[in-house]
Design a protein around this ligand. Structure first.
Ligand SMILES: Nc1nc2c(ncn2[C@@H]2O[C@H](COP(=O)(O)OP(=O)(O)OP(=O)(O)O)[C@@H](O)[C@H]2O)c(=O)[nH]1
Ligand SMILES: [Mg+2]
Length: 205
């Protein structure tokens, strides 16, 4: 008998340029592109994560980090059961922004949302945020912290696998169609979504 499939919505948040799209594409497609195209609005990807007793079907919403799209983010994290808040370990400002996202999620997202903090670009020198500092912050708020490199494919799969294990073993993504409709409306208003379109890898871009 096949495994039960549990559908969950996860949103990727964080400052512009921290690597949200690269992280999402690395996880979903196993690829990396070093050309930066800022995401416009948001971008949708999917991926199945097979666990021992069930399969987590992720609906991944990669959001735009530019400040002018900030207000759109609510639409993406609304009803999300999980959030990855990403920062760039070589950019302190992005760590501060990450903390602002966490506060916003605590205030406005589902109370049961599972928040995970991801420090990306560990392949680079000149870290401005140490693992100790990030872990200290996460410990205080009882959040999981992972360091990754989307570029070198370090730690990326682990992040999504560990989140999958902590999610309920039943679908939480019941408003899928409504959200897709909303997204379509939004795309029409913003003239299309997703800077990853250039990479031609994002399913909705
Ligand atoms: N060295 C290194 N560069 C990375 C890594 N991940 C992403 N980048 C680079 O960082 C830049 C921004 O990556 P994106 O994934 O587009 O960033 P984003 O967070 O989606 O940006 P917005 O869509 O504007 O919010 C690109 O030039 C990537 O190649 C990484 O792990 N290591
Ligand atoms: Mg992006």
């Amino acid at each position: 008998m096949g495994k039960t499939v549990c559908s969950h919505k996860i949103v990727i948040l964080g400052d512009m340029g921290v690597g949200k799209t690269c992280l999402s594409i690395r996880y979903s497609y196993g690829k990396f592109s070093s050309t930066h195209e800022a995401t416009i609005g948001g971008c949708f990807l999917t991926k199945d994560e097979e666990l021992d007793d069930h399969v987590v079907k992720y609906e991944i919403w990669d959001t735009a980090g530019q400040e002018r799209y900030h207000s759109l983010a609510q639409m993406y994290y609304k009803n999300a059961i999980a959030a990855c808040v990403v920062f760039d370990v070589t950019n302190r400002e992005s760590f501060e922004k990450c903390q602002q996202w966490v506060s916003e999620l605590h205030e406005k997202a589902l109370p049961e949302i599972l928040i995970t903090i991801v420090g990306n670009k560990i392949d680079l020198d000149g870290h401005q945020v140490t693992r100790e500092e990030a872990e200290g912050y996460c410990k205080k708020l009882n959040l999981q912290y992972y360091e990754v490199s989307a570029k070198q494919n370090i730690g990326v799969d682990k992040v999504f696998r560990e989140i999958a294990k902590r999610l309920p073993a039943e679908s939480t993504n019941r408003k899928k169609n409504t959200l897709k409709e909303k997204k379509k409306d939004q795309d029409t208003k913003t003239g299309g979504a997703g800077g990853a379109a250039g990479a031609g890898q994002c399913t909705s871009c």
